[in-house]
Write a protein that binds this ligand. Structure first.
Ligand code: XMP
Length: 516
């Protein structure tokens, strides 16, 4: 059903694989709005969302395993086009009278797929007859349900794709959502546009328009506060809210003195000078460094910073026009990971930007439908500078957890200067976006060195750079030696107080990304 929202909705039914979010992102990349729903959601509730199409995700189990996830078969007769992927495809095959069997020869990894010659196919229209796909399954679909055409096969799966164009039901054994299936995105588009008639209207512009309207409807003429951290989420959220309600918005930026070099200046320049947003810039470095004096224990640092942040934010917010709303940069994965649904409890981040518990605000969450890549695209569209939109993640307690041992103004300065060199060289090498986080750590030991004719006794600097998808696991980045070499020589020459550079080659686990 086309909705008056201006965009169509695709539901991704989550059968418990880690792939549901990826499928949802791929659908969004095809400019169609998608939402993940648990497979236990009653079909009537799914249909109430007026989906234009439904996709069943993969899942970890065999359809014959005890307790294997199922779905109310009423869904097949709802008149909504469905694509079943991997487990979802097997489920559809089994539910509709096809055959899924444990053949003893599963397929894992790259698998050659052959499109059936002469088959009437929506999914593979115009795609190569021989193509590589990515498989991960033990059971195989050996026979498509009655009325379906088999449109592709692989050595281990006689019905690797099957289609019923009249009923708009489609199933595939492989994973079109992963990059290792090079034509997977084309297949998804064929399903979405041709199989289901979805319109590619979910674009940055439509996201912005829709959010602007929603924000206006939610807040009316009330005053709204937004805490800025310097990171991409709060920045994009603020820019969106400002577009919607202009000077009803006040941003509060607590400068703890523990930010990266130039971060505070950039927040000021962007939000005050470029966007003309009413910005309260609380310069609280002395307060934070004072409270941290002599503190060396990592958790103690976090606790002090967290509490002081909330107190400082509260003080700044107290005299702000009786604001009723507070902007939060909650993203869609936070919602999904905390159980999904409209009223899901948001994962409580151990974030310094976290909410004061006893402040009574209603939340405005303009990013709660968006994935991170969409947030970045919207940020660019709104005119935020690249440095903010593409900034690597940064821990709430800031440099405090990268200065091992005592935090003093001098040591903060050393780390900011050295960190700026690391970032600059990583950017210069064109690695900044592909690396998850790259930064410097200042330990509490000193080592001997020699510069000119003089013996030095100064801090070593530890360079940390990791690749990751979600910070849960990470690998040390294979930075080219010449980039490491440039970082080392520049840091030692340009940053007084450092006489040695080491590169951390620990993955996570067993290490963590941060040093404290
Ligand atoms: P670890 O060091 O646990 O970090 O591997 C995982 C991710 O979380 C960030 N991090 C924090 N973020 N408050 C935050 O808001 C914190 O106390 C904190 N500690 C770590 C870290 O930068 C990485 O992205």
């Amino acid at each position: 059903m086309a909705t008056e929202r201006g965009y169509d909705t695709v539901l991704v039914v989550d059968f418990g694989a880690q792939y549901a979010q990826l499928i949802a992102r791929r659908v969004r990349e095809a400019h169609v709005y998608s939402e993940i729903v648990p497979r236990t959601m009653p079909v009537a509730e799914m249909l109430a969302k007026e989906p234009k199409a439904i996709i069943f995700s993969g899942g970890p189990s065999s359809v014959y395993a005890e307790g294997a996830p199922t779905i109310d078969p009423a869904i097949y007769d709802a008149g909504v086009p469905i694509l079943g992927i991997c487990y979802g495809g097997q489920l559809m095959a089994r539910d509709l009278g096809g055959e899924v069997r444990h053949t003893g020869s599963g397929e894992y990894g790259r698998t050659a797929l052959t499109v059936e010659v002469g088959a009437a196919t929506t999914l593979f229209s115009d795609l190569p007859a021989e193509q590589e796909t990515w498989m991960s399954h033990g059971d195989s679909i050996v026979a498509a349900p009655p009325g379906f055409h088999v449109t592709a096969t692989t050595p281990g799966t006689p019905a690797a794709a099957f289609e019923h164009p009249e009923r708009s039901l489609y199933g595939v054994q492989f994973h079109p959502e992963v990059k290792h299936s090079p034509f997977g995105q084309d297949l998804l588009k064929h399903f979405l546009y041709t199989g289901a008639g979805c319109r590619p209207t979910w674009t940055n512009t439509s996201i912005i328009e829709q959010q602007v309207e929603a924000i206006r409807a939610q807040v009316g003429d009330a005053h709204v506060i937004c805490g800025l951290s310097g990171g991409v989420d709060s920045a994009v959220a603020a820019a969106l809210v400002h577009k919607a309600i202009g000077d009803q918005l006040t941003c509060v930026f607590v400068d703890t003195g523990l930010l990266r070099q130039n971060e505070a200046t950039q927040v000021e320049e962007t939000f005050r000078a470029q966007f003309h947003i009413d910005l309260v810039h609380v310069k609280a470095a002395d307060r934070f460094l004072g409270a941290l004096e002599g503190v060396t224990e990592p958790e103690a640092k976090r606790k002090i910073i967290g509490e002081l942040f909330i107190r400082t934010f509260e003080e700044a917010a107290r005299d702000l026009h009786d604001a009723k709303f507070l902007v939060q940069g909650t993203l869609y994965p936070d919602i999904v990971e905390s159980g999904g649904g409209e009223n899901a409890v948001i994962k409580s981040h151990h974030n310094v930007g976290g909410l004061p518990d006893d402040m009574e605000f209603e939340l405005v969450e303009p990013l709660r439908q968006l994935f991170k890549d969409e947030v970045r695209a919207v940020g660019e569209e709104l005119g935020l500078p690249e440095d903010i939109v593409w900034r690597q993640p940064f821990p709430g307690p800031g440099l405090a957890v990268r200065i091992i041992g005592e935090i003093t103004p001098e040591r903060v300065q050393i780390l900011q200067d050295a960190d700026a060199v690391v970032i600059e060289e990583i950017k210069r090498a064109g690695l900044y976006r592909e690396i998850w986080q790259s930064f410097a750590v200042l330990p509490a030991v000193r080592t001997v060195g020699v510069m000119g004719d003089d013996r030095t006794y100064a801090y070593p600097l530890i360079v940390r750079a990791v690749t990751s998808d979600d910070a849960m696991t990470a690998d040390w980045a294979r930075i080219p030696y010449d980039v490491l070499e440039r970082i080392a020589s520049r840091v030692i020459n340009e940053v007084p107080g450092i006489n040695r550079v080491a590169y951390d080659i620990t993955s996570k686990p067993p290490g963590t990304i941060e040093w404290e």
